[in-house]
Each structure stands twice: as C-alpha cells, then as structure tokens.
Design a protein around this ligand. Structure first.
Ligand code: ZN
Length: 323
C-alpha cells in the first residue's frame, strides 16, 4: 500500500487540465492508496516553473491578496470534493484497494491572519497545512527557487505564524515544513508539539536546491519522530539540479537511502509532487510506484523497511498528530 505526501491533481482539475501523473483509474494496479491532495493558489502564470538547466536564481513571488486566495481555495475545495474520494481524518481511513485523500493546503494565504476561519477549514476536513509556498504571506516566508542555494533565505515566522502553529497543534492539523525557509523551520521546531514533517522535500547534501533539507534539518525531523516525503521532481533530486525528464529512477532511491542512513528508515517516505512537478520518464506517474518499490528492494531495503517507507511512517505520524 502506497501513501504519498503530495500531489496537485486538484490544481490540474481546477484548471480544467487533464492529469499528467495521478490517473485514479490506475490506482489499484499501482497499489496507490492516496495521501495528501493539495489546494494551491497560483500567482502570476508561469512564475512557478524552474528553468530547465541549473544554475538558476528566481526571485521570490510577490504576496497574494488574502481575499483572492480565500476565494480560489474555496473553489478548489469544491473541486477536491468533486473527486468523490473518502476524506482522511484518521490513520485507519487508509486501506488497500481505494484512494483516500488528505485535505492539504499548500500556503496559508487563504487563511485570515486572525485565524477566524481555521476551525471552519478543520470542519471541512483540513488535516494538513503548509505554512507557505515560494512567497511571503502573513505567517511566514517560503524559499525562492534557487540552485545551488541554501534554504536560509529570509525571515522566520511572524507572530501570526507562531499563533497558527499553536492553533494547528491544538486542533490536530499537521504543519508541513516543505517550502518554508530555514529560519521558519527552526521557529516551528521550537514551538510545535507534533512530529516535524516535510511532505515533499529532499536531501540538500545530495542536491543543493533551496527546496531541500540540510543535514541539521533532517536530524531535527528524525529526533522529533517525524518524516520526510521524498519529492520526485528531478530538479530536487539530481546533483546537477537540472530539470530534465531523462533522469534515472534511482535518484529517488539515492535520497531515500541517504536519509534512511542518516536519521533512520522510520523517517522517510514518498512525497511525489505528481501533477505539480517534472518527474523522470522512468516514473511517469502513480503507475511508476511499483518500479520504485522494486528498486528499493534491489538497494537492500527489506520488506519491513519498505512497509515503513511506503505507508507505515506516514500512518505513524498521522496517529501522533491528528485528534
Ligand atoms: Zn510544493
């Protein structure tokens, strides 16, 4: 059973585009049991596309107006519901043979900074919140897309951001650290009562993108009992940072092996970024999961390790975070 840390099927459906990677009709054959389905409010068209070849250094996107973001997020919530997938509110909701969806918000700009609407979102099923995407908002600041580059790119959480983390802890909403800059990461680590989670990020030691996690960040995630979902975006996997689909699937295994060796196999999982990123031709979409699992076995991970990576680690973290 595969549980995955990030996909953008809702965004593509909201844009009335065909899915590239998350073909739900092939879910059962791929053993794909769902995971995080993101709501994400776009800014200027095309601004999110990283250049094909590294090095590159994109500016931070400008802030989004809250009122606009709130409207788009509601539209995307309606799209999420129209997919007709069972909503995840407990680890037990994930069972083989069906696709279960975690309602995840990527970037909190749709939330009012006084947090008056957070409980409403929780009631609507929100169980995971990424504080930022690659821009600043009322709560924190994301990293700009840069290669090579350190994730230490800007200021940490605002007072509203610190309050938001506390409110998420109280409600049992998972706080996602992917896209957050390093100061923000440490601010969350300093106050949260839940395991630290990066749903779709990789090892900075292997691919020096601002989007990836330094060894110190990985160590903190491991010590907290948390998890890193490995992002299949080739630009966040490859040592050269290039966004080219002619990339071996083994790059995913390379990051999983590195993180498992450094902080333990209990702290690494999948976070594909399907339908939101450029992935290897050898992976292609959810239908590529069995080949990745086979490559993990070939790399020496035993059955118990693979069960942790594919779903066990995610389920443990959901159990420790959700109420
Ligand atoms: Zn993302």
């Amino acid at each position: 059973m595969i549980i995955d840390g990030h996909n953008d099927l809702v965004l593509r459906t909201w844009r009335e585009q065909e899915t590239k990677h998350v073909d739900l009709a092939s879910a059962e054959a791929a053993d794909f049991a769902g995971g995080f389905f993101a709501l994400w409010v776009p800014g200027a068209p095309g601004a999110m596309d990283e250049p094909v070849l590294a090095p590159y250094n994109l500016p931070l996107e400008p802030r989004l107006p809250h009122a606009h973001a709130a409207v788009v997020a509601q539209e995307q919530l309606a799209v999420f519901r129209s997919l007709g997938l069972p909503l995840a509110t407990s680890p037990a909701d994930f069972v083989p043979g069906r696709v279960t969806a975690i309602l995840h918000m990527e970037g909190a700009e749709a939330l009012d900074s006084m947090l008056t609407d957070l409980v409403g979102w929780y009631r609507d099923g929100l169980r995971s919140l990424g504080l930022v995407w690659g821009r600043p908002n009322a709560f924190a600041e994301g990293v700009p897309f840069r290669f090579p580059g350190s994730p230490d790119t800007g200021p940490g959480l605002t007072t509203a951001g610190l309050r938001l983390v506390e409110a998420c802890n109280d409600l049992g909403i998972l706080v996602d650290l992917s896209h957050l800059n390093e100061r923000g990461f440490w601010d969350v680590a300093g106050i949260t009562t839940a395991p630290l989670v990066a749903t779709h990020s990789n090892a900075h030691a292997l691919c020096a993108s601002t989007r990836n996690l330094t060894d110190r960040q990985l160590d903190a995630i491991g010590e907290s009992g948390g998890v890193v979902g490995i992002n299949f975006a080739v630009g966040f996997l490859r040592e050269d940072g290039n966004n080219v689909v002619d990339t071996p699937l083994g790059e995913i295994v390379r990051h999983i092996s590195y993180i498992a060796k450094r902080i333990g196999v209990e702290h690494v999982a999948f976070g594909s970024d399907f339908d939101g990123a450029l992935v290897s031709d050898e992976v292609g979409g959810i239908q590529g999961f069995p080949a990745i699992v086979a490559a993990l076995a070939e790399a020496g991970f035993d059955e118990g390790d693979i069960a942790k990576i594919t779903h066990g680690n995610w389920l443990r973290v959901f159990g420790a975070t959700w109420r």
